[in-house]
Design a protein around this ligand. Structure first.
Ligand SMILES: [Zn+2]
Length: 254
């Protein structure tokens, strides 16, 4: 399967998954139909399915209009869209023969309570749970839920390609460097990200291996992240969840 981004709104990516053998495609989180339809007519593509990760409008807003052009199956967790044909939950395996791919469903509550990710073909479509060098805001879930969701991602093979739904990497790198100013891998990643953005190129996907070295929200067990979080909140922190909550709150004010 070939994965490419379709830009939507200000900084969203709608991920387009195309068969290597035909014009069949699946899209993840089409918040807006028009850029998808434009890409489809330009490349003569045929939609064969829609995957949804959570109920936010910038992820599901284009579903109805796409269905008017392509009456296809829609997969997602309960409540994401009135047009769901397949309710999915933890452990489900979704087979998409049209694009020759299959994906496991991971439940990742935190950003919202319904948030899921699709894992397969060495890719993780993690939407607003994990960004490069950042993570989603806690709109519905608790810090504890988010830490357990991020730990689930940390268990995946390190060569998994991560496909978040937003281009936030450059801004996130500034915050990440406040948490870990001496992290060499992070300094190198920031330089690479700045170069890509200056050429208007996406910074995604990114390998899990890179995020494990550079994303402070995946590094709450590291002493430097603990120390920076304690300095910000002004008292001792006793667990990974407390460290996570400390830097999440810091980022919200950043
Ligand atoms: Zn969201």
């Amino acid at each position: 399967v070939i994965v490419t981004p379709i830009c939507a709104f200000h900084d969203n990516y709608i991920w387009l998954l195309k068969s290597e053998h035909s014009n069949a495609c699946v899209v993840v989180d089409p918040g807006d139909a028009s850029p998808v339809l434009t890409a489809f007519s330009a490349q003569n593509l045929q939609l064969s399915g829609i995957l949804l990760t959570h109920h936010h409008a910038d992820h599901v807003g284009g579903v109805e209009q796409l269905l008017q052009h392509f009456p296809v199956d829609v997969y997602g967790p309960k409540g994401t869209s009135p047009h769901l044909t397949h309710l999915v939950a933890e452990g489900d395996l979704i087979e998409l023969p049209a694009i020759d791919a299959s994906f496991h469903v991971l439940e990742l509550p935190g950003h919202t309570l319904d948030h899921i990710a699709y894992y397969g073909e060495e890719c993780l479509f993690c939407a607003d749970t994990l960004f490069s060098l950042g993570c989603g805001r806690l709109f519905e879930g608790t810090a504890e839920q988010m830490v357990s969701s991020l730990n689930k991602i940390k268990q995946l093979p390190v060569d998994t390609a991560l496909f978040p739904a937003h281009e936030y990497t450059e801004a996130n790198s500034q915050f990440a460097l406040c948490v870990e100013p001496d992290n060499k891998a992070l300094l190198e990643r920031q330089a690479e990200v700045r170069e890509k953005r200056s050429e208007n190129q996406p910074t995604l996907p990114v390998l899990l291996e890179m995020e494990l070295k550079t994303n402070p929200f995946l590094r709450c067990d590291q002493i430097k992240v603990l120390q920076s979080a304690e300095q910000y909140v002004g008292h001792d922190l006793r667990s990974e969840v407390e460290v996570f909550a400390g830097i999440r709150g810091w980022k919200d004010e950043f």
